[in-house]
Design a protein around this ligand. Structure first.
Ligand SMILES: NC(=O)c1ccc[n+]([C@@H]2O[C@H](COP(=O)([O-])OP(=O)(O)OC[C@H]3O[C@@H](n4cnc5c(N)ncnc54)[C@H](OP(=O)(O)O)[C@@H]3O)[C@@H](O)[C@H]2O)c1
Length: 299
């Protein structure tokens, strides 16, 4: 640890329900330690009905910042005093910066997702497939529009939610965004030119599978599951089809790094945060092995 700073110690935390599984405390406390900041980051179980009261407490206690997870990201929008353009476009808040008595709602999921890809796939002018249409699908879809994807296909269990997300992505500037039923993911035509397939559903958390004909994609197509720390059936099926895969850990790391920077104004100590995540995953009992990313083959 570096020499203790004269910065006043402040409290940070992640709010959600459930929240016990969150790895953010390990990652953010490691970031504070690595930068010599005296802050502390904790988990708080907060159901949606208690969010307004939790925000009032954060103001009263002079907390430094918050992260929000399921089911609070959309509920937070009307409860913040101001919203960044990124959070407004996505329609969800995952990071709150506390400035005096004012709460600024931000979203680092979209930027974290793109940083997590780390150039593994070229997106401009290409076709990507999104599975799911919830809060994280909105963040990932917005990121893919901003990265220049020419075509986005949204496959969701509830067709109306898929249609709504496709409409939002069109409104954000995607030239060709359309919704298909989940069953269409076994259809060769839907996948034939996809460079990226992202599973944003929580299915993999419980070992559930989405039926995707991975072998119908081009050989370098990258399969990403936002669930982290687990080898999900979705990624296992993609690996069997010899497609490159990535779990949700890089997105978790980079959305956390962007949140740290928004709170502190300092560059995030990404290697220390990654080490903290790695050791938490390694020490968690019965956590399945995470799937390592493989680079697409050279053309
Ligand atoms: N790695 C990261 O940093 C990161 C960041 C954000 C989120 N996540 C993960 O992403 C996942 C989704 O989060 P979220 O906030 O988007 O959740 P959400 O808003 O509740 O959306 C869940 C999505 O999953 C679908 N779904 C749920 N159960 C299903 C089932 N049995 N069969 C088919 N589809 C099903 C839902 O479909 P319907 O519309 O039909 O209900 C919906 O599209 C969670 O596992 C979360 O931990 C990871």
């Amino acid at each position: 640890m570096r020499v203790a700073s004269r910065v006043q110690a402040r409290l940070f935390g992640v709010l959600g329900d459930p929240v016990d599984h969150s790895l953010s405390p390990a990652m953010q406390n490691a970031a504070f330690a690595a930068t010599g900041l005296p802050h502390l980051y904790l988990r708080y179980r907060v159901p949606a009905a208690a969010l307004e009261e939790a925000f009032a407490e954060a103001r009263r206690l002079g907390m430094g910042g918050l992260n929000l997870t399921v089911p609070l990201k959309e509920a937070a929008l009307p409860l913040c005093d101001a919203i960044t353009p990124a959070a407004r476009r996505i329609g969800a808040v995952n990071t709150v910066v506390v400035r005096g008595q004012r709460l600024l709602g931000d979203n680092t999921d979209a930027g974290g997702f793109l940083r997590g890809l780390a150039g593994r796939v070229r997106l401009r002018g290409t076709h990507a497939v999104l599975i799911g249409a919830g809060g994280s699908a909105r963040a990932v879809g917005t990121a893919l529009v901003d990265a220049g994807c020419a075509r986005l296909t949204v496959a969701n269990r509830t067709p109306e939610r898929g249609e709504t997300l496709a409409g939002l992505l069109s409104a954000l500037g995607c030239p060709d965004a359309r919704a298909v039923p989940l069953g269409a993911l076994t259809n060769r035509d839907v996948l034939a030119d996809a460079v990226l397939v992202v599973n944003t559903t929580s299915l993999g958390l419980r070992g559930g599978a989405v039926d995707v004909r991975a072998a119908a994609t081009p050989p370098g197509c990258l399969f990403v599951d936002l669930v982290y720390g687990a080898r999900t059936p979705f990624l296992a099926a993609a690996s069997r089809a010899r497609r490159p895969t990535l779990d949700g850990m890089p997105m978790l790391l980079h959305q956390g790094a962007l949140a740290f920077e928004a709170w502190t104004g300092r560059r995030a100590p990404v290697p220390a945060m990654a080490r903290a995540l790695g050791s938490v995953v390694l020490t968690q009992p019965r956590t399945p092995r995470s799937v390592r990313a493989r680079r697409p083959p050279r053309p």
